[in-house]
Design a binder for this molecule. Structure first.
Ligand code: SAM
Length: 282
């Protein structure tokens, strides 16, 4: 039986190439090609875009991205066992799929691509969070990518889009929302994957804003947010004490009560505090 792209169904691909999922590589595969096409569509208009796909595995999402019209897909995969299956996809889409065998935390894909660039991944969650933080903190803004469409554990996805006032709100929310529009576009039950993970997963779509929402020095904002949320139960006048001798005055000037806790503070106020710190004499 063949599928819409003429390639075999993913169960057959996995059986033929003996691609049994390995826990140590965080492998939970998506086998439903309708679902992978839906995720590819959630990445936005793909025609005219180069797409970086991290962790293609047997290639379900890769096939979705190609079928949805990506100009080129550059796929980075750590598991050599997946390479023959990916080579079959490359043969079905001549000149449009390039596969790099390597660790996405080490490979620099940029040399191979032409903007506009979108990034799409269904990755192990620890690798996903590390890459997300890297992609959100480049040396300059706007970044090299136009959007990120990433699968996370639902709880991590909720932390990325969280608003002030709850436990989910923290560094990840501030970092993401300062320079992107971030939203959850889809939530999937464990059974959508083979093998099924223990928890639900969500796809988060982040679009790079042309400029940050509020002016702030990235390093100072990062220090404020790290100090505030590292001791999130403490009042800010205590958790931020080490940042400046007159931190209480700077908090008040930024419109923040010194007795407030980090999780109550909106992004605009964190940025105002970072600006205040940048201007304050020592
Ligand atoms: N994208 C496929 C899908 O949706 O079915 C596979 C998803 S599976 C959750 C994660 C994939 O990422 C696996 O193929 C795994 O081998 C790969 N992977 C894990 N760590 C990686 C890393 N550091 N760099 C590149 N690929 C990695």
């Amino acid at each position: 039986m063949s599928t819409i792209d003429g390639l075999p169904p993913l169960r057959e691909v996995i059986a033929r190439h003996d691609l049994r999922a390995r826990k140590q590589l965080g492998q939970n595969f998506l086998l439903d090609l309708n679902l992978t096409a839906k995720i590819a569509r959630a990445a936005g208009a793909l025609s005219g875009c180069d797409v970086i796909e991290v962790g293609p595995g047997p290639g379900g999402l890769t096939r979705g991205l190609l079928a949805e019209g990506a100009r080129k897909v550059l796929a980075i995969e750590k598991d050599a066992r997946a390479l023959p299956a990916l080579a079959e996809i490359a043969a079905a889409y001549p000149g449009r799929l390039q596969v790099i065998h390597g660790d996405a935390l080490e490979v620099d894909p940029l040399a191979h691509l032409t903007p506009p660039i979108r990034i799409v991944a269904n990755l192990p969650y620890n690798v996903g969070t590390e890459l997300l933080i890297r992609w959100l903190t480049p040396a300059s803004w706007p970044p090299f990518w136009q959007s990120l469409t990433l699968m996370f554990q639902k709880e991590v996805a909720e932390r990325i889009v969280a608003q002030p006032g709850g436990k989910a709100y923290g560094r990840l929310a501030v970092l993401a929302q300062w320079r992107t529009d971030a939203r959850i576009v889809m939530t999937l039950p464990p059974e959508a994957f083979v093998p099924a993970p223990k928890v639900h997963s969500s796809v988060v779509h982040l679009t790079a804003l042309p400029a940050p929402r509020h002016a702030a020095d990235p390093a100072l904002l990062s220090r404020v947010v790290a100090a505030g949320f590292n001791q999130r139960r403490k009042m800010l006048r205590a958790s931020l004490k080490g940042l400046h001798p007159k931190i209480e005055d700077l908090l008040v000037a930024a419109g923040i009560a010194p007795t407030a806790r980090a999780e109550e503070i909106a992004l605009a106020q964190f940025c105002a505090l970072a600006r205040g710190l940048a201007d304050a004499p020592r």
